[in-house]
Design a protein around this ligand. Structure first.
Ligand code: SF4
Length: 179
């Protein structure tokens, strides 16, 4: 196990449901993922600095993150009332974000976190006015065109975890190269 993985697991306590170490080459960037964003079911397409098309194309992101050779992926699993429990899912997302906050201080400097869902630092994104908190703004795995289904398959992490649960993914591109 990598030292960074040990540090992440220690920092997160029991909050991580499943995790895996992986290499950059295992991460699949796909135009199809962004096509789903363009369908705009969430209403954030071209409404946030950290959602498509404002985060670059999958090809551009593939090039942007190519300098990272190693990555770490984790999920959190949360109970919800049912598949219409939007409030429960939003609360779960905030719980998931807290795990990112727990692990951020122990990541190798310069690592990049791609989280779950769009940037939620502000109640309403300032877009197209300049971002209010560029240091805190965050993008997501899907927004960068990364195929989470294929990521789950490759790492043997469950994409879903059963009825009345919601599962969130975070991918961390790790700076440095650990053996
Ligand atoms: S920090 Fe605020 S303004 Fe910047 S991308 Fe996130 S929500 Fe938008």
């Amino acid at each position: 196990m990598r030292k960074s993985t040990q540090a992440i697991l220690q920092a997160a306590g029991d909050k991580i449901w499943q995790y895996a170490e992986l290499e950059y080459k295992d991460v699949e960037f796909s135009e199809e993922v962004v096509a789903a964003c363009r369908a705009n079911f969430c209403g954030n397409y071209n409404k946030s600095w950290k959602c498509p098309p404002n985060v670059g194309t999958p090809e551009e992101n593939k090039a942007r993150y190519a300098k990272y050779t190693q990555a770490f992926v984790f999920t959190t699993k949360h109970e919800v009332e049912d598949s219409y429990d939007i409030e429960g899912m939003n609360e779960a997302r905030l719980e998931h974000d807290k795990v990112e906050d727990l692990i951020r201080p122990v990541l190798p400097e310069g690592s990049q976190i791609l989280g779950a869902g769009g940037c939620n630092v502000c109640k309403k994104c300032a877009f197209p006015e300049p971002c209010r908190f560029p240091e805190k703004a965050k993008t997501s795995v899907e927004a960068c065109g990364i195929n989470v289904v294929s990521l789950a398959k490759k790492t043997k992490i469950n994409y879903t975890n059963g009825e009345n649960t919601v599962t969130y993914f975070t991918l961390v591109f790790l700076n440095g190269n650990e053996s």
